[in-house]
Design a protein around this ligand. Structure first.
Ligand code: 76R
Length: 273
């Protein structure tokens, strides 16, 4: 593989926003129950109108937040609008964002990038030539069409979600960005193989956040049983690409809370199945 051909192609789809919020319980509890019900129902109908494919609420475990709002939108503008729509809710006066994360659904194309470059070279195309660029654009367009459903996924309906941001290491000893393409491709292939063994029980959505937020990727996992998160992530720790090159941010785990369950959650009732 030529040195200049170093950066794997990626396809980008929906823009994503994660919002973690703490409920200001003391102020909230002081409200009249009828006012609380009203405020909760206003929030529930906004989320309901956004649609379960586009926006979802999770009840978070632990002190890092009480609620996680997750939004997928076709553009960053629409994502910004969703954020502003929520901010205007009366409920927002009783929430405090603890953190948020901005990213875009990303499909890494190590394998097909390698195959494509090999084919182009066999066809005698010169890297970075006009012909090469044109052939590459055509191929990317073809892939984009084929991957459309994965680029613009509905938020999975599973009961549990796990989210965390991560980086690839750029240390003095171990630097992912200086590993030759061929080796990165091999490691990512092995990573995918481990992941595929969990495909039946865990749905994964990788979002890229270079240029958008403080880490390089966001990992969203969805499952009917939270133990699969632990098992999958543990097994992956032994993958070369995780063992040697991964750095992880803060982990969040939550239970899907349907709009119809939001008012009860705000009254202290954990979402029922
Ligand atoms: O998207 C695909 O299914 C193709 C193969 C694949 C890619 C390109 C894939 C498969 N992943 C890819 C990219 Mn992944 N993934 C993680 C984590 O906890 C850890 O150790 C790492 C966090 C998990 C749990 C996970 C799960 N993946 C990436 C990238 C981008 C890296 C890059 O491009 O350099 C990151 C950061 C990352 C991290 N991955 C899978 C999974 C699972 C379960 C699969 C199989 C999905 C399936 O086949 O249904």
């Amino acid at each position: 593989m030529m040195d200049s051909l170093n950066v794997p192609l990626t396809l980008e789809g929906s823009f994503a926003l994660h919002q973690m919020a703490r409920i200001r319980w003391p102020e909230w509890k002081r409200l009249d129950p009828a006012v609380r019900a009203d405020i909760a129902s206003e929030a529930a109908s906004l989320v309901e109108n956004m649609g379960p494919a586009n926006s979802a609420v999770f009840s978070l475990l632990g002190h890092k937040g009480d609620l996680m709002f997750l939004h997928f939108r076709r553009s960053m503008d629409q994502l910004n609008q969703a954020e502003l729509d929520l901010a205007r809710l009366r409920l927002w006066d009783y929430l405090e964002l603890t953190t948020s994360y901005v990213s875009v659904v990303e499909l890494g194309l190590y394998d097909s990038t390698a195959r494509m470059w090999r084919t182009f070279q066999e066809q005698g195309l010169k890297p970075a030539s006009e012909e090469w660029k044109k052939a590459q654009e055509e191929e990317i367009e073809r892939q984009r069409k084929a991957m459309e459903p994965r680029l613009y996924p509905a938020i999975p309906a599973h009961r549990f979600a796990c989210f965390y941001p991560m980086d690839r290491k750029r240390g003095e000893e171990k630097n992912w960005y200086q590993v030759p393409f061929h080796d990165r491709n091999r490691m990512m292939h092995e990573h995918g193989q481990v992941g595929r063994r969990y495909a039946e029980v865990v749905r994964q959505i990788i979002t890229g956040s270079i240029g958008f937020d403080d880490w390089e990727w966001g990992v969203d996992l969805f499952s009917e049983d939270p133990l699969w998160f632990k098992k999958l992530i543990y097994e992956m720790r032994f993958d070369e690409v995780s063992a040697v090159y991964a750095l992880f941010g803060t982990f969040y785990v939550g239970v899907r809370t349907l709009p119809a369950q939001l008012a009860a959650l705000l009254e202290g009732q954990a979402p029922e199945r």
